[in-house]
Design a protein around this ligand. Structure first.
Ligand code: PEP
Ligand code: MN
Length: 303
């Protein structure tokens, strides 16, 4: 039994203190990485993050599924039932959508959050939804079990600090032109405000490749697992963006060590208001769950 105390602050000030000379101090280990709180060395054990009653970061690989956007109460509740029955543990769906064009569907906002809460009531699944603006935190926190910070906001530092002051878990997605180090430093902003319930999500980066929506950087998975104690989520949907190839990348992500997989699923993708072309159909998702179970068990994990 030993107590590990993490000390942060200006390095020059810390260096002035002879910490090792205090009674009861066995040793002083400098954590030299600039991302001190997110560094694996800070905890020397992997963090388990609770989203509702679901734990991410343990032996179980957790599936997060749902539509890109919440479109109606009927849409989100029916998809929630489909993915929940198939084996998803957490429901996703955007109420505030970051869209490239201001003329595209922007999400239902507050109404979307209410529909998500209704879907949770009917299925028992905790929900994750995106926050784009600090002014929406209170409202979203009333309805959601986990906040998502999207790729486009990974370096929105005021938003990172604000969710850091919240108690809710936060899934931070990697920016499309961000390095793994950038992702870790952005997570550090959240932890430095006191919120240690952070999950990191690899969702593909922009490369010179044009045949896929993004390039899913699975290198990031073992790298993150060695650099940080935080759980790693992989989103193959935005990572490759082509429906038929999403399952292959999901399986590869599990094999690489991802703690959780997030995929978009829609029961009528031709009518979807966003990302319909990359949504898995219910049957494809059911099939994927069984294959994820097989890969998870091959590497000593469960579903
Ligand atoms: C999403 O999850 O629907 C989304 C907008 O993702 P990203 O921020 O990774 O583009
Ligand atoms: Mn989407």
């Amino acid at each position: 039994m030993r107590v590990v105390i993490g000390v942060i602050g200006p390095e020059d000030k810390l260096r002035e203190k002879p910490l090792g000379a205090f009674p009861g101090v066995e040793s002083v280990t400098p954590v030299l990485k600039p991302h001190k709180l997110v560094a694996y060395e800070f905890r020397r054990t992997f963090s388990n993050i609770k989203i509702g009653d679901v734990t991410v970061g343990g032996k179980d690989v957790v599936l997060i599924a749902g539509p890109c956007s919440v479109e109606s109460e009927e849409q989100i509740t029916s998809i929630a039932k489909i993915v929940g029955k198939a084996g998803a543990r957490i429901l996703r769906g955007g109420a505030f959508k970051p869209r490239t064009s201001p003329y595209s569907f922007q999400g239902l906002g507050k109404l979307g959050l209410e529909f998500l809460a209704e879907a949770r009531k009917q299925t028992g699944m905790p929900i994750i939804t995106e926050i784009m603006d600090t002014k929406d935190l209170e409202l979203i926190a009333e309805h959601a079990d986990c906040l998502q910070i999207g790729a486009r906001n990974m370096q929105n530092f005021s938003l990172l600090r604000e969710v850091g002051r919240s108690k809710l878990p936060v899934m931070l997605k990697r920016g499309m032109a961000a390095t793994v180090k950038d992702l870790l430093m952005s997570a550090e902003y959240i932890l430095s405000e006191g919120n240690f319930n952070v999950l990191l999500c690899e969702r593909g980066i922009r490369t010179f490749e044009t045949m896929t929506r993004n390039t899913l950087d699975l290198n990031a998975v073992p790298l993150l697992k060695s650099e940080t104690h935080l759980p790693v989520v992989v989103d193959p949907t935005h990572g490759i963006g082509i429906r038929e190839f999403i399952p292959a990348m999901a399986l590869a992500a599990v094999a690489a060590g991802a703690d959780s997989i997030m995929v978009e699923v829609h029961n009528a993708p031709e009518l979807a208001k966003s990302d319909g072309e990359q949504a898995l159909l219910p049957g494809q998702f059911q099939d994927l769950v069984e294959r994820v179970r097989a890969v998870a068990s091959a590497i000593g994990r469960s579903l």
